[in-house]
Design a protein around this ligand. Structure first.
Ligand code: DX5
Ligand code: ZN
Length: 237
């Protein structure tokens, strides 16, 4: 694969932040290498967990300096798209598995002026996106089963990302490939080699003793180093 590459975007996930200090967390991320802020919404129905929703997003958006990437792990997301845009979302990602009318939902997100994303659970094949890939701004590949932070990365994700990269090339889609779940310093490089453009990281970033700012800077340096090596070796253009 010889698509043009660059260091991926980094999107720390608030799910792993100190939720009692969201202003401080948002402000320290403002000074970090984070490109997007990932905001996980769970309804206790689409996934077996409940996280946070619109009022918390509004509160975070007051202090956010980076675009907020909202990941809706909810049933019937079509009812809440405008509300999430109004609360501060720059991108809105819905789950393939939650949307029988996916094309309509994607168009609604775009009409709201947000980047439109579709997420795939680990058992959902990328081929199901063939007829909508060209309409998408983001495809989010879940590398754990959605619902909880801190789970182990599913290794098959690497193959899945490579397949998705091919599908995007074949369909002329310029959608970004975002990876979510269990991302860390060990799998970040292989993910980028396979074709990932955006890496979400929760526990790896917030549980590190050095804190998120240092950890994100280390991840960014690590990936920049790998990119230089790959370019020098002629693997990337
Ligand atoms: C899981 C969420 C993820 C989660 C990632 O359902 O979508 O965004 O916060 O957390 P880690 O990086 O800890 O797996
Ligand atoms: Zn997420």
């Amino acid at each position: 694969m010889n698509a043009p590459r660059r260091t991926p975007l980094l999107a720390p996930s608030f799910l792993a932040a100190d939720l009692a200090n969201l202003q401080a967390e948002t402000e320290r991320l403002a000074t970090s290498a984070a490109d997007w802020l990932h905001f996980d919404v769970m309804d206790g129905r689409f996934v077996p967990n409940i996280s946070f929703g619109l009022p918390v997003l509004q509160a975070v958006a007051r202090y956010a300096k980076q675009p907020i990437d909202v990941h809706l792990m909810i049933e019937e997301p079509q009812h809440y798209l405008a509300a999430f845009r109004d609360a501060g979302a720059s991108s809105i990602t819905v789950h393939y598995e939650a949307c029988p009318d996916l094309h309509r939902v994607v168009q609604q997100i775009k009409q709201l002026g947000c980047r439109a994303g579709v997420a795939l659970n680990p058992a959902t094949p990328v081929s199901l996106l063939e007829d909508i890939a060209a309409d998408l701004d983001v495809v989010l590949v879940m590398s754990v089963n959605p619902g909880f932070g801190g789970q182990a990365f599913i290794p098959n994700t690497l193959k899945k990302v490579a397949k998705l990269r091919e599908l995007l090339l074949d369909t002329g889609s310029d959608a970004l490939i975002e990876i979510d779940g269990g991302v860390n310093m060990d799998n970040a490089g292989p993910l980028v080699e396979a074709g990932a453009d955006v890496l979400v990281a929760g526990n790896f970033v917030f549980s590190a003793p050095e804190g998120p700012v240092v950890t994100l800077a280390r991840l960014r340096d690590h990936l920049a180093g790998l990119e230089m090596e790959a370019v020098a070796a002629g693997r990337w253009q």
